[in-house]
Design a binder for this molecule. Sequence first.
Ligand SMILES: Cc1cc2nc3c(=O)[nH]c(=O)nc-3n(C[C@H](O)[C@H](O)[C@H](O)COP(=O)(O)O)c2cc1C
Ligand SMILES: CC(C)CC(=O)C(=O)O
Length: 398
Amino acid sequence: MSAGLAGHRVTTAGAGPADRRGTTGTGPADRHRTTAGAVLAELRERARAVLDPAHYDYFAGGVGDEVVLGGNEAAFRRLALLPRVLRGAPTRDLSVDLPGGRLAAPVLVAPTAFHRLAHPEGESATARAVAAARTVLVSGVASTVAIADVVAAARSVDPDAAVWFQLYPQPDDEVTACLVRRAERAGCTALVVTADSPVLGRHRRDAEHGFHDLPAGLAAENMRDLPGAAPGALRDIAMSPAVSWAHLDRLRASTSLPLWLKGVLHPRDAVLAVEHGVSGVVVSNHGGRQCDVVPAAVEALPAVVDAVAGRVPVVLDGGVRCGGDVAVALALGAAAVGVGRPVLWGLAAAGEAGVARVLDVLRDEVDHLLALCGGRDLADLTRDQVVARSAGVCARCG
Ligand SMILES: Cc1cc2nc3c(=O)[nH]c(=O)nc-3n(C[C@H](O)[C@H](O)[C@H](O)COP(=O)(O)O)c2cc1C
Ligand SMILES: CC(C)CC(=O)C(=O)O
């Protein structure tokens, strides 16, 4: 059965319930009967059902009492958008150009570790889905597939796919340099240096499960054969409070790739980052996994955007779970957002198709919302449209 509304087809025919590893219900009809938030929540439940509880909790958990983990999502619920009227367009341009790649929609995939805990194909499956969506995968140094193979998987779908490489600057410059060369040789188009982890956050859930090592057969493949390790052996990813701006300067000088700094919350650090030559800043609290007394990422965003003052783009990650969250972040000045856990849920639930599903529902909902807000492109989302929500709760997340 279907009914037409001026220029818009409404139908009740379409995909049935999604199965675990195959279909994910991506047909157009499906879009009219669900929301990105509901899809992401369903994928999360499907992931929970299939994953080893220790691995589910590794992905889902946060640092300390998980105040910031919940706070990232809750902060979005406290914000609302004021639509503009009578200025839209029949089709909207969601693309964004960033140093290191062009995104068809303003949602990139934040670096998360150990995708083969979620699905046997791991980061390769993620890379194919992200390339098909024509957005950017930030592939982590803690990947269970070597970066050259991740890029190859992405390029098997789209020869121009942009894959960025995330790394923790290592106290030993020689190790950092070797990781940078690997990313360059693999064909990565940008580097993302994570700066919020001078020490590792304390994760109660991991401690309770006794989850400290990858299962046999899985490894952080990029850490193999590095200086200081025996041939074929792995080096630990070092977290060191001794890492400083000087390390960043040396890294910056060693490559011509655009360099993003991830994990910035203080506006003065954002200014320093620009002064030290970064090409972009990622406002992030590591998805609530490092310090449990920091603000929600979206709360920290406006001051960083103001401090950077348009000199470099600012990306936000943390708690983005629906198109509305994307639109609010963009209106507050983010050039794009990153999603972390939702991609892991999609991957665990349905492999490549699950990741594709996450990116598709978010893109579709942003497009719909932009139309509702009278936007033609992303620049039409502006800060004056963001207001505090004094009442009302989300039916899904309360
Ligand atoms: C399981 C997991 C592993 C992560 N691993 C990394 C990592 O290796 N490097 C990094 O910079 N950030 C890492 N992050 C943080 C993400 O890049 C991102 O900041 C965060 O997940 C965004 O929040 P969200 O999960 O609410 O979308 C990880 C996050 C999770 C959930
Ligand atoms: C410590 C890394 C291996 C992964 C990470 O950043 C994380 O689990 O949050």
